[in-house]
Design a protein around this ligand. Structure first.
Ligand SMILES: [Zn+2]
Length: 118
């Protein structure tokens, strides 16, 4: 049974919200990822080591955000093409419950599982 218009609309709303919050977080953490300056006067007692740790953590989080963002943008463009809700690997419909947990998901449970194990 294909997804109803209402389902698609609510997933779209969630995807757009997710995209917005990811973009906001990307913007807000920009300074954390900036190269660590040699002069750490400006950050008070925070040592250069701490600053580098913050930077590394922030960069890792940013990589995760960029992956999520790509998935969301992909899901939105599949929505435009009327392919949203179908597995990009086997073409089977993705379970509604799975989409409700994560609307940006690309793979059905079977493909996701075999991807993990192979
Ligand atoms: Zn599949």
């Amino acid at each position: 049974m294909p997804l109803s218009k209402q389902h698609i609309a609510s997933f779209k709303k969630r995807l757009l919200q997710q995209r917005e919050s990811l973009e906001l977080a990307t913007h807000e953490t920009e300074t954390d990822r900036a190269p660590v300056a040699l002069d750490q006067q400006s950050v008070g007692r925070l040592s250069r080591m701490d600053a580098m740790q913050v930077q590394a953590m922030s960069q890792a989080q940013q990589r995760k955000r960029e992956t999520d963002l790509r998935n969301i943008v992909g899901a939105l463009s599949r929505m435009e093409d009327g392919e949203f809700g179908y597995c990009t690997s086997c073409g089977e419909q993705i379970a509604l419950k799975r989409l409700q947990v994560e609307p940006a998901v690309r793979l059905c449970i079977a493909c996701a599982t075999s991807n993990e194990t192979s």
